[in-house]
Structure formats: C-alpha cells, structure tokens
Design a protein around this ligand. Structure first.
Ligand SMILES: NC(=O)c1ccc[n+]([C@@H]2O[C@H](COP(=O)([O-])OP(=O)(O)OC[C@H]3O[C@@H](n4cnc5c(N)ncnc54)[C@H](OP(=O)(O)O)[C@@H]3O)[C@@H](O)[C@H]2O)c1
Length: 254
C-alpha cells in the first residue's frame, strides 16, 4: 500500500514515514523540501499517483491568526481535490484534543476549518485528535509569555510522546477509514503549569512559570478538563519520566 505523508519531514511526519516503511508499506514524505507544496499544488499530482492513503501531519510555518487559517484552508482544499482526482481512499489528518472548544484561538479556528473541510468532502477519512506532545512543552512556554514570565492556566492535560503519536497514526493509516474522529493521549495527567515548569528546569531555561487561572491556552479560555481526551481515547505507553531518559527528552533544543 502506498501512503503519502504530507508534512513527512516534520516532527511527527518523519517518525511516521519510518514506521509505515517498517510495516512493509511504501511511504512518500511530502513537504516543500521534497518538492511537494500543498499551498501551490507543486508536486501533488505526481506524489499522489498510486496512493491509497494520505496522512496530513503538516503544520503552518506561521501561527499568525490569518496566516494559519489561510494555510489549513488552502492546503486542505487542495489536498482533498487532488486526492479525489487520484482516487485516494482514505484521508487521515492529525488534529488536537479539544479543538472544537478552543475557537477563541486563531490557531484552533484554523484546525476547526481543516476538520470541517475534511468532513464535508467525499473522501473517506479519519481525524485523529492528539493531546499535546512532550516535545511541545517548551513551545507552550514560548506561546504563553506575558512580559518575561510564562503564564499558564493550572488545568489538567494528558500529554504524549511524539513517537507514540506516530505509532497510533500509523496504525490508523493502514486501517479502514472510520469517517469520524478518534482521540489519542498520554498515559498520565498533569497540571499544565507544573509540567512546563519541570521541563524548563530540565532545559536550564530560567523563565518563571506562573500558575494563572485567568491565563489563556493558545489565546483561548480553558476549563479544568478542556484539554483532556475522552474515555474512549487510545493511550500511548511512554510516561514523561521515561521520555526524559530518551534522547529527545534531554536534547536542549526539544
Ligand atoms: N504540537 C502539539 O502538541 C500538537 C498536538 C496535537 C496535534 N498537533 C498537530 O500535529 C501536526 C504536526 O505537527 P508537527 O509538530 O509534527 O509539525 P512540524 O514538525 O512543524 O512539521 C510540519 C511539516 O509540515 C510541512 N509543511 C509546511 N508547509 C507545507 C506545505 N505548504 N506543503 C506541504 N508540507 C508543508 C513541513 O515541511 P518543511 O519542513 O519542508 O517546511 C513539515 O514537514 C499539526 O497539524 C498540529 O496541529 C500538534
């Protein structure tokens, strides 16, 4: 089976391409630096030739409200249209747990738009909503700055390792489309501010993390359970402490 991974050079995409190949399938890593651009359409028809499944794990280069909305709308429209022409039988897209409750955020309005386009198209699909990646904890601090301090709401979340995300998405990609949304998450719950504080300390990043009940998550108000997956979520195995002992956890840049 040929599987095209859009964003196949990114954090999740590069792991996914390897996992799909290990299972004996053909995987094409599609991204601008492999000659495939979902915004311009460059290389799309060629890479989709003979493909059964497309997995979209791309992300917008800019998270500015207007830019990210334009990215996910344009990219998703183009992909679905080229997939229809190529006869692709399953569109898998990676989204985020709680997306529908986060419409105050420009980034999440873009993910909502992406999900809507997929649901409205004729291509059978599976939307996979994942919780926050351990690899994104420093990024969470970066997008939560008020002055020189990190302000985060002390709400629950259930983050997971990027490797477990790629494993779960890989399994879903080789299975039948469910024409629905499935959730994946990590094995443990934490408070958002606590885990980001721990991560920054490990990275010797001396920014102060403030538990601020009024702070926004990516521009949106969240309640205690907004970021938690539901009871039917498939949970990854990697615990935070285990991830830390692996190379990804100790790398300064992660
Ligand atoms: N961060 C989190 O905690 C989290 C949680 C749940 C879900 N997600 C979702 O996971 C997805 C993937 O995230 P990630 O961190 O793996 O992303 P990433 O590492 O930033 O990778 C993004 C990929 O998209 C590609 N891309 C950018 N513009 C493109 C274009 N015009 N055409 C084709 N490909 C393009 C990039 O290619 P180049 O490298 O060539 O630019 C790269 O391969 C996102 O959709 C995000 O919403 C994230």
């Amino acid at each position: 089976m040929k599987i095209v991974v859009i964003g196949g050079t990114g954090l999740i995409g590069s792991k996914l391409v390897n996992k799909v190949r290990e299972q004996g399938h053909e995987a094409a890593a599609a991204a601008p630096n492999t000659g495939v651009n979902t915004i311009t359409g460059e290389g799309l028809a060629e890479v989709l030739k003979g493909a059964s499944v497309v997995v979209d794990v791309s992300n917008s280069p800019s998270w500015d409200d207007a830019a990210v909305l334009k990215f996910f709308e344009t990219s998703t429209r183009n992909l679905l249209s080229y997939e229809a022409t190529a006869g692709v039988g399953h569109h898998v897209a990676l989204s985020v747990v709680g997306t529908d409750q986060l419409s105050e955020s420009g980034y999440f309005r873009a993910k909502i738009a992406q999900e809507k386009l997929i649901k409205a198209s004729s291509i059978p699909y599976t939307i996979v909503r994942a919780t926050q990646f351990f690899e994104f904890l420093k990024g969470l601090a970066d997008i939560s700055m008020v002055g020189d301090k990190v302000h985060l709401p002390p709400v629950l979340f259930q983050p997971m390792a990027a490797d477990d995300v790629a494993t779960a998405v890989g399994r879903i990609a080789v299975g039948p489309p469910v024409d629905n949304t499935v959730e994946i998450g990590g094995p443990e719950q934490f408070r958002l501010d606590e885990l980001v504080r721990r991560r920054l300390a490990i990275l010797k990043d001396n920014r102060e993390v403030i538990a601020d009940p009024k702070a926004l998550y990516s521009g949106a108000k969240v309640s205690d359970r907004t970021l938690l997956p539901g009871d039917n979520a498939r949970l990854g195995e990697t615990r935070f402490e285990t991830w830390l002992t692996q190379s990804a956890g100790t790398a300064r840049a992660a």
